[in-house]
Ligand binder design. Structure first.
Ligand code: ADP
Ligand code: MG
Length: 253
């Protein structure tokens, strides 16, 4: 019996057809993300991180291999997998509350229940005051909080995040990382997170998968042996600094 929210990627290969022939973006990817686990994929630009996440999301097709979520093969997008990207993919014509309620509304959840869901998420993401605001009235960090709330309002088993904080300023980014960990602790969804920021990867994850390019492949996997409950001070922890040094070294080659 596969666990709830377990992702199993095996023998994954992705070849993009281009004008000049096939381009191998991913090769021999084997990765299992356990139920409730927070795994980060870290690697330089162009190593295939987004391609991998899009395949798990069902937004892109694989060439060889299999991807399953809860034992079921991924054949397209589904409500079991929530997505948050770097770009703000909110609906500009909907208010914050309507954006959060969008998924439940599609599923036919009754108005009263939808209101309960959005109230909960507005509270968790500290957006209550902005419930009636439109995306263009919000800062980058707030928009990303709405995007996370909107993804989680569907109660996905898996949260897929592609550099969601990449466009934010340093301070906002740290705040968002803490908020995400709080949410993850509360919801216990499986998270597959992408970044090229080593500090972000170590702060957030239980396990870090480092990828390299040419073709995109897994170089090494690290367990993050830090307390489950992370406070900002964890960034000074000897284990944090040692891991940071080791990963930086690996990425240099
Ligand atoms: P990352 O997210 O790690 O920066 P991507 O997954 O976006 O990497 O891209 C991996 C490689 O695949 C890059 O070399 C990129 O140019 C190439 N690539 C991405 N999408 C396509 C596509 N639709 N057609 C052809 N090549 C692509
Ligand atoms: Mg990318």
């Amino acid at each position: 019996m596969p666990a709830i929210g377990e992702i199993v990627i095996s023998g994954l290969q992705k070849v993009y057809e281009t004008k000049t022939g096939g381009f191998e973006a991913l090769k021999g990817i084997d990765l299992t993300v356990g139920s409730n686990e927070f795994v980060t994929i870290l690697g330089p630009s162009g190593c295939g991180k987004s391609t991998l996440l899009r395949i798990v999301a069902g937004l892109d097709e694989l060439t060889e291999g299999t991807v399953t979520v809860d034992g079921g093969e991924v054949i397209g997008p589904g409500a079991d997998r929530g997505m948050v990207f770097q770009g703000y993919t909110l609906f500009p014509w909907l208010t914050v509350q309507e954006n959060i309620e969008y998924g439940p509304k599609l599923k036919g959840v009754a108005t009263m229940d939808r209101r309960a869901i959005s109230s909960y998420w507005l509270k968790v993401t500290r957006l209550e005051e902005f419930r009636k605001a439109y995306p263009k009235q919000l800062s980058g960090g707030m928009k990303q909080r709405v995007a996370i709330a909107r993804a989680l309002a569907n109660r996905p088993k898996v949260l897929l995040m592609d550099e969601p904080f990449g466009a934010l300023d340093a301070q906002t980014k740290l705040e968002m990382q803490e908020m995400l960990l709080e949410v993850w602790e509360r919801e216990k969804t499986t998270v597959l997170f992408i970044t090229h920021d080593i500090d972000e990867a170590i702060f957030l994850s239980q396990r870090i998968v480092v990828m390299g390019a040419g073709p995109g492949r897994i170089l090494k996997t690290y367990e993050v042996k830090l307390p489950a409950r992370r406070s900002p001070e964890v960034r000074e922890h000897p284990e944090f600094l040692a891991l940071k040094r080791e990963i930086a070294q690996l990425l240099k080659h």
